[in-house]
Design a protein around this ligand. Structure first.
Ligand SMILES: [Zn+2]
Length: 243
């Protein structure tokens, strides 16, 4: 494969409006700073993420979509966020959802996809992974291989929608316990991640700067144990596909 001459195109596929900022915002900020062409797709409308007894689903969905759009802008993403508007916390790895993600891949034609590791059931002794986080990974991996590549899978995408098959080049899984790739980031990238998180006003109970910096330091410490001289990093499970 010859390396692309233009800036890489990236598609980020996440379950909830704030997942990308929480899990790998500094990497998105770095790639945006370097001129990568970044598209952002969110499967649910985030319409249950509240403990406010007076909030309705409709109000919350509208609020969270606006917050996600602002957060993406703060990371340096220029395209409008794509919302598939599935109901929050009800995601299933259905063929409908896989077809909808396949459609987004064929439209945006990314070199690189970031999504979440579907094999992550828990972290440590105090966190059970959200089931939507597993579903977004399972569906997106199935959409990359084979659905986006094969014209005869979801034939309605090809005819009448006219969406040509597309081969993704690389996949980065965030929210993983199988890290084998680290993206080095700068303090400015992490600060931009914190600033993007602050756009999620309805979700934050404390300022994120301290813990996002701590996460990036911990990931870099793990990277150093694998021979990379990084001070701040985001970790991923990585795949490179033959195209
Ligand atoms: Zn989430």
């Amino acid at each position: 494969m010859t390396e692309p001459q233009t800036a890489p195109r990236v598609l980020i596929v996440m379950a909830h409006p704030d997942d990308g900022e929480f899990m790998c915002g500094a990497t998105i900020a770095r790639w945006a700073r370097e001129g990568y062409d970044i598209h952002y797709c969110i499967l649910t409308n985030g319409d249950v993420g509240t403990r406010d007894p007076h909030m309705t689903r409709e109000q919350l969905a509208a609020t969270r979509q606006a917050e996600a759009q602002e957060a993406a802008r703060r990371l340096g993403v220029h395209h409008d966020v794509i919302f598939l508007n599935y109901v929050d916390s009800m995601l299933e790895p259905s063929l409908d959802l896989r077809r909808d993600v396949t459609r987004v891949i064929r439209r945006t034609r990314p070199d690189i996809v970031i999504t979440q590791d579907p094999s992550t059931y828990y972290h440590g002794q105090s966190y059970i992974n959200h089931p939507d986080h597993r579903v977004v990974g399972e569906v997106t991996m199935g959409a990359i291989m084979p659905s986006a590549s094969m014209r005869l899978i979801f034939p309605e995408l090809y005819e009448p929608e006219g969406l040509e098959p597309h081969d993704v080049g690389e996949l980065y899984l965030t929210n993983t316990t199988h890290t084998d790739r680290w993206v080095e980031v700068t303090e400015e990238d992490v600060a931009r991640q914190a600033d993007a998180l602050r756009a999620h006003v309805s979700q934050l109970s404390r300022d994120p700067m301290e813990w996002v910096m701590e996460d990036a330091r911990e990931e870099a410490a793990e990277a150093r144990r694998h021979g990379h001289d990084f001070k701040l990093a985001n970790g991923f499970k990585y795949f490179k596909f033959r195209r």
